[in-house]
Ligand binder design. Sequence first.
Ligand SMILES: [Zn+2]
Length: 124
Amino acid sequence: MDDDSVVAIRCPNALNRNLCIICQSNRKKNDQLSSIKTSGKETLLLRAEERKALYDCQYSIAISRILNTIKPDDEDCDFVYHRTCYSLFTSKEKIERMKTKVADAKKKTTDEKSKAPPVTRSKT
Ligand SMILES: [Zn+2]
C-alpha cells in the first residue's frame, strides 16, 4: 500500500485529496464524490476569489484551501468534490446576495450616525 508514496504529491498538503475539497468530509452518504475537471477547478478558483473579496467567513477555510492548492494548469492535481458542495460554493445567486449584503452593511455603517435608533417592531 506504500507504493503510492513514490509518486510525489505535487499539491500542498493540509488537504486530504480523497475527501471533498470544499468540506473535507465524506459524511454525505447521498452525495458521491466526483473528481473535478479543469473547468471545474477554474470555476472554483474564481468563486473562491470572489468569496474571499466578500470576507465570506462561512467558507473561509475552504476558500484558502482552494486558493492554496488548486492549480488549474496542473493536470496531476486531482481533487474530488461533492456536487452539492460545489453547486453551493459556486452559486452565483448566493455570491450576488452576499455582494448586496456587504454593500448594504457598508452603507449602514456610513449612515449610522445620521440614523435614529432602530424601532422595535411591534407584533400585529
Ligand atoms: Zn463536500
